[in-house]
Unconditional design. Structure first.
Length: 120
C-alpha cells in the first residue's frame, strides 16, 4: 500500500506544483482515497456494471462524477454510455472526473475497466 499512496502523492505534487501550500493541504485533507484492484473481488461489488455488458464502470456517462479519479496503476477505458464503443485509454498519471466535479456538469463518457486485464 505504501507504493500506491506514494505514487498518489507524487502525482498530486506534480499536478498542483506552484499552487499555494495552504490550498494543497486543504485539498489533501478533503480528499478521499478509493483503491480499485482487478485482483480484489470485493471491488467488483462496489462498482456498478453497465446494463448488458460485463464491464464495471467507475463513472457513467450523463451522470455526475462522485470525485476526481487519479490513475496510479493500470488503465481505464473512455467509452460511450453503454461501454460498447471505445474512445480512448487512460493510463498511469491520467485522471478523470475533474470537469464533472469542478464545473458541475455530467460526464460525456463512461469510464470502465476490463475484468480480463491484469493489474500492471
Amino acid at each position: 500500500m505504501d507504493e500506491v499512496f506514494g505514487k498518489f502523492y507524487e502525482l498530486f505534487a506534480d499536478l498542483f506544483e506552484g499552487t499555494d501550500l495552504k490550498f494543497q493541504r486543504e485539498l489533501l485533507a478533503c480528499s478521499k482515497l478509493n483503491y480499485y484492484s482487478l485482483n480484489n473481488p470485493k471491488d467488483d461489488l462496489n462498482l456498478p456494471n453497465i446494463i448488458d455488458t460485463l464491464l464495471p464502470s467507475i463513472e457513467q456517462a450523463e451522470k455526475m462524477s462522485s470525485c476526481v479519479h487519479f490513475i496510479i496503476r493500470g488503465q481505464v477505458h473512455m467509452m460511450d454510455k453503454n461501454c460498447l464503443y471505445h474512445y480512448g485509454l487512460l493510463e498511469v498519471g491520467s485522471y478523470f472526473g475533474d470537469i464533472s466535479v469542478l464545473q458541475g456538469t455530467p460526464n460525456q463518457f463512461s469510464f470502465c475497466y476490463n475484468l480480463d486485464e491484469k493489474d500492471s
